[in-house]
Ligand binder design. Structure first.
Ligand code: FES
Length: 102
């Protein structure tokens, strides 16, 4: 486990993904209610940033070819066939957002 502070919780709005980096790892944060989820910011199909994508309920859609992924699990849910997105554990402490990433 390696928790990295990446944002203030109030900097992570709903309905859009917020890009952060941990070292060279590009991560997209998405808030659903009180919960913030972390996933790879790079699509598994080709190079596109999920943080430029479209959040729709509990799914996020890639801006390039519209693959859809389940935000809490990274599971591929439709559109362009490709692998699931990697997800990262997120915790909020004292209004600070931490991501577990090596
Ligand atoms: S790059 Fe994301 S669906 Fe093609």
């Amino acid at each position: 486990m390696a928790w990295h502070q990446v944002a203030n919780a109030n900097e992570v709005p709903e309905e859009e993904a917020t890009p952060v980096t941990v070292g060279k790892t590009m991560i997209a944060l998405v808030r659903i209610g009180e919960q913030i989820y972390g996933m790879s910011d790079v699509c598994t199909h080709q190079f596109a940033l999920m943080s430029d994508g479209y959040v729709d309920g509990d799914c996020i859609e890639c801006p390039l070819h519209q693959a859809r992924f389940h935000i809490p699990t990274g599971e591929h849910r439709g559109g362009q066939p490709c692998a699931n997105l990697q997800t990262f554990p997120v915790k909020i402490e004292d209004d600070l957002v931490y991501v577990d990433s090596d």
